[in-house]
Design a protein around this ligand. Structure first.
Ligand code: G4P
Ligand code: NA
Ligand code: NA
Length: 194
């Protein structure tokens, strides 16, 4: 998606450890006009599938998922990150191992809001190692709902998440795939640049 790649080049900041900071427009301050364009683009790419629900994960997936959902005209459910297990039975739950943060956390979704008959589109801002998205896919599986695809704003193509999810047969649409980044020169190569 060209306007997104242009915006990443203009306002993204490359930090040590292959971290791309986009918090002036994506996941701290949010450019809602850009989010609208992103919503339109996901709707275009998933025009052939029926979607009844959008599922994301707190915190930074929520804003983008809400705007995207307006174009699909469906509710948004966000998985909660939690340490407490006393709600077992009423929720779907799975463990997510965050490589970046070096910790394991539980994610939960109430059984009330996901179930057989739902056709679920996953939406998230970043795809790196793919553990969060794999966790969401596991919750969808447990609920008996159908996973119709995953829409990602920025995929870090040099990390394993994208390949992992595609190899599992998940239909993955990433609007910008970063192939490589150079911190010193502050330059970014996207996958489909040539
Ligand atoms: P994974 O889910 O793909 O395995 O992600 P990983 O553990 O590698 O990353 C941990 C968190 O850091 C995730 O946010 C992910 O979106 C975010 N992240 C990974 N790489 C980058 C990057 O280059 N730039 C930015 N800005 N974020 C990155 P999260 O756990 O979902 O936290 P939250 O911010 O949504 O609360
Ligand atoms: Na994040
Ligand atoms: Na996120």
């Amino acid at each position: 998606m060209q306007i997104l790649k242009d915006r990443i080049r203009k306002d993204g900041k490359i930090k040590a450890g292959n971290v791309l900071k986009v918090d002036s427009f994506l996941n701290h301050q949010m450019d809602i006009k850009l989010f609208g364009e992103i919503g339109k683009e996901f709707k275009r790419r998933f025009a052939d599938v029926e979607v009844t629900k959008i599922l994301t994960i707190e915190a930074s997936g929520i804003g983008i998922a809400c705007i995207v959902a307006q174009y699909f005209d469906v509710p948004v459910v966000f998985a909660k990150k939690t340490q407490t297990k006393n709600i077992a039975g009423e929720v779907y739950t799975t463990k997510v191992e965050s490589y970046t943060h070096g910790r394991v956390y539980d994610i939960i979704v109430s059984k009330e809001f996901l179930g057989a008959g739902d056709k679920v589109l996953l939406i998230d801002d970043f795809l790196a190692n793919g553990k969060a998205l794999e966790g969401l896919a596991a919750l969808v599986r447990d609920s008996g709902a159908e996973l119709v695809g995953a829409g990602i704003v920025i995929e870090k193509g040099f990390q394993v998440g994208g390949d992992l999810l595609r190899s599992e047969g998940i239909r993955l649409e990433s609007l910008a795939i970063v192939e490589s980044m150079d911190e010193e020169a502050q330059t970014i190569v996207f996958r489909d640049d040539e």
